[in-house]
Design a protein around this ligand. Structure first.
Ligand code: F0G
Length: 482
């Protein structure tokens, strides 16, 4: 395995960094947590950070930054137009992806907004391995639709396939034949496929998709938000790339795509985002939109300090000792849980450990949001905040019926280089307890349901008094312990 450090028979991950600044966290008693989750409408997005012990909601914008990132913030060149900071960032990105033009935007979904406005026409379809919530919302907002062509195994919980995020080439060809290439607004590859367990896409698959898109004249868009994890898996799971420099891999990815965009809240461990292309016509059209929706071309809605931190973070994402830290922790947690029989997505992916709520809560039907209920129950019994990635995260169909998610997952995200091994063991311990008591978890129903991206603000309530029953059992088993 290239450059990945474990010790003690490959079981214990070695942190290739040391902690030099820390934040105090609190573990409130379960009675307080019961009140907090009730006040949050049983939606972990609505919890307050002060009531959370370990925040595993997401890694977005909460990754630990390096000393070099912080140091770079001091040399930020603060100006509305023509900032040197911008030019530094632009050249890092041009070099990294070998692309000609860069446009700044305040975060990933802002890039999606611009790209959707550029490419999507009403009635057209964006074909992709899998959607991300904000991607789909932006495409639908301008009258488009999405079609998912991930390989079948990508939607199975357990597998040994190394690249479960791959696009199915036969499905791609069938979509082109059925829809006609004029009706396909773009093809999208999402690195480290977020909603199906952080599963990577292989180089061979990208090469094949790119070849087809070039032959058919279809625009290929790459969402590089989860690129670091995907690069780690290319290096460790594809023997052909074991010895290839990570920069070379990234530049080859760049050469296959027409547009690359990313959330720098993930890639680059800062905040912000951006779009790259070498296509002058697309660049000129998108450039018009940046000052309108984001900010002037040399900051695009970002603070210059963040842009400096991002430039350094992007270069650090070319270092295996840095980007391996999340995937090896995910692997350790997944293995501990599997050893106790807790169902998780395999092979372990990037971003976080994904617990299969459909098996965990097999007594709760999808319409009663098993993954949402599991997220609420897990916060209650641990103080750990995860995120529902299932039916709650979908939007209703125009006729009001539910869009049942392919997978019902509780995502326990690993912000990069934030948690310690003992904290990971605590997560495994409490989740195992919850698994043993899973029959006590009940369903949820909406009290307040927003029309768009309902999972962010929606308020729910338990269908029975199951949170009380769970609390009683916790006290019976753990005594006075928190
Ligand atoms: N694409 C992917 C694959 C993402 O994971 C995200 C964000 C976005 C686009 C949007 O970027 O948040 O900067 O606007 N994912 C976060 C998450 C929110 O928690 O997984 P953004």
């Amino acid at each position: 395995m290239p450059n990945v450090k474990f010790f003690s028979g490959e079981n214990i991950p070695l942190e290739m960094h040391k902690v030099r600044m820390v934040q105090r966290v609190y573990l409130n008693p379960i009675e307080e947590r019961a009140n907090s989750i009730k006040e949050a409408g049983y939606n972990t997005f609505l919890l307050r950070n002060r009531d959370i012990f370990l925040d595993m909601l997401t890694d977005s914008g909460v990754n630990a930054m390096s000393e070099n990132q912080y140091a770079s913030m001091l040399q930020a060149d603060d100006s509305y137009a023509g900032s040197e900071t911008y030019y530094r960032l632009e050249s890092v990105l041009q070099d990294m992806f070998n692309m000609q033009y860069f446009l700044p935007a305040h975060q990933g979904r802002a890039c999606e907004h611009i790209i959707a406005k550029l490419l999507v026409t009403p009635g057209s379809t964006a074909v992709m391995n899998y959607h991300f919530t904000t991607t789909k919302a932006h495409i639908c907002m301008v009258g488009g639709e999405i079609e998912e062509i991930i390989i079948d195994e990508g939607l199975q919980i357990s597998s040994e396939l190394p690249f479960k995020g791959n696009l199915d080439i036969e499905k791609l060809k069938a979509s082109i034949a059925r829809l006609g290439k004029d009706k396909i607004c773009f093809v999208r590859i999402e690195a480290g496929t977020n909603l199906v367990g952080g599963q990577p896409v292989s180089m061979d698959n990208m090469r094949e998709v790119s070849k087809i898109c070039r032959a058919e004249g279809l625009t290929l868009v790459y969402d590089a938000s989860l690129l670091s994890d995907n690069l780690y898996f290319i290096k460790t799971r594809d023997p052909n790339f074991k010895d290839t420099d990570i920069r070379e891999i990234t530049r080859e990815i760049g050469s296959m795509m027409d547009i690359i965009y990313f959330s720098a809240r993930k890639l680059g461990a800062a905040r912000g985002g951006g779009i790259l292309t070498s296509n002058n016509e697309m660049f000129m059209k998108m450039r018009e939109m940046i000052p309108l929706y984001e900010g002037f071309l040399t900051y695009g809605g970002m603070s210059v300090r963040e842009m400096e931190a991002m430039a350094i973070g992007l270069q650090e994402s070319m270092d295996m000792d840095i980007i391996s830290q999340t995937p090896i922790f995910v692997e350790v947690l997944c293995k501990e849980l599997l050893a106790k029989g807790v169902p998780v997505v395999t092979p372990p992916g990037g971003l976080g450990c994904h617990v299969d709520a459909r098996q965990f809560c097999e007594h709760i039907p999808q319409e009663k949001y098993p993954a949402g209920a599991l997220a609420a129950a897990f916060y209650l019994c641990s103080g750990v905040r995860g995120m529902e990635r299932g039916t709650l995260s979908e939007q209703r169909n125009p006729d009001g019926s539910e869009t049942l998610a392919h997978m019902e997952l509780l995502r326990l995200a690993f912000p990069k280089r934030v948690f310690t091994l003992s904290q990971v063991k605590y997560v495994a311990d409490r989740l195992t307890w919850l698994y043993e008591n899973r029959k006590l978890i009940g369903g949820l129903t909406f009290e307040e349901e927003p029309r768009v991206l309902r999972f962010f603000f929606g308020r729910l309530k338990p269908l029975t008094n199951w949170p009380d029953e769970l609390l009683k059992k916790f006290r019976a088993d753990f005594g006075e312990s928190l």
